[in-house]
Design a protein around this ligand. Structure first.
Ligand code: ATP
Ligand code: MG
Length: 229
């Protein structure tokens, strides 16, 4: 589904991602774990064309997509939930979903509400009045309006209370059950490991580990050195 090969990304002269290679298979949930400033969001932004890589290859379903515009990638089937949870504060939840260019809008929206019944319950509420967890659910719902085959989730649980984190984990597991391919970035290792099939650990712009959840859990040194667990 997604294939990054030797991606190098810069902010101006500052080299931030070094030879990043990673894969997300069809129906697979892959974790990108790392501490503050490790390069998780930059990896997502590189995929999404917001901070295009200087060198390297990015393929989506076999097609080279490096440096294509974000709205094109959205239409091609990549959903992106950035780390900032930005919603249209003055619009209702329902309008926040409607405003997105979507495929079969009404039907897609019904599917989103079916998947997230809690969102349906607050559909008339102003988005600016929602809690952090509700806003996160809305931004995920909004990404789903594009009927993505691949979803990029950038630290969805950041800053949320433990109870809300657990409910969000359940929602993400529901998405996984639909067969969606997901790249999930997290600092919250314990939370991420409940949801992912495979893991990459990123630190200082380098991939330091790649493997299964059990392989990561068995690697005390990586856990301690790069994830502080
Ligand atoms: N717009 C920018 N201009 C210059 N440097 C940036 C910019 N955004 C991020 N960086 C730098 O790039 C590196 C990677 O940042 P990035 O935001 O990708 O990390 P992250 O893993 O998402 O961290 P966090 O967990 O804090 O969100 C950091 O050193 C950061 O300071
Ligand atoms: Mg980030």
């Amino acid at each position: 589904m997604l294939d990054l090969i030797d991606v190098n990304t810069y902010y101006g002269l500052s080299h931030v991602l070094f030879n990043i290679s990673l894969k997300v298979g069809r129906g697979e949930v892959v974790g990108l774990l790392g501490r503050n400033g490790a390069g998780k969001s930059t990896t997502m932004k590189s995929i999404m064309g917001l901070v295009p890589p200087k060198t390297g290859t990015i393929r989506f379903k076999g097609e080279d997509i490096a440096c294509q515009a974000p709205y094109i990638l959205f239409r091609k089937g990549i959903g992106y939930v950035p780390d900032d949870r930005r919603v249209f504060a003055d619009l209702s939840v329902d309008d926040n979903l409607d405003i997105v260019y979507g495929k079969d809008c009404e039907r897609t929206k019904e599917n989103v509400y079916q998947l997230f019944p809690a969102l349906a319950e607050i559909k008339a509420r102003r988005a600016g009045h929602l809690s952090g967890g509700e806003q996160q659910m809305l931004t995920i719902g909004r990404a789903l309006m594009g009927k993505p085959e691949l979803l990029l989730l950038d630290e969805p649980t950041e800053g949320l209370a433990p109870l809300i984190v657990r409910s969000l984990e359940e929602q993400i597991l529901k998405l996984k059950a639909t067969g969606m391919s997901i790249l999930l970035s997290e600092q919250n290792v314990r939370s991420a490991l409940k949801m992912v099939d495979r893991v990459y650990v990123i630190d200082n712009g380098w991939i330091r580990f790649e493997g299964s959840v059990s392989e990561l859990e068995a690697d005390r040194e990586i856990m301690k050195k790069y994830l502080m667990v």
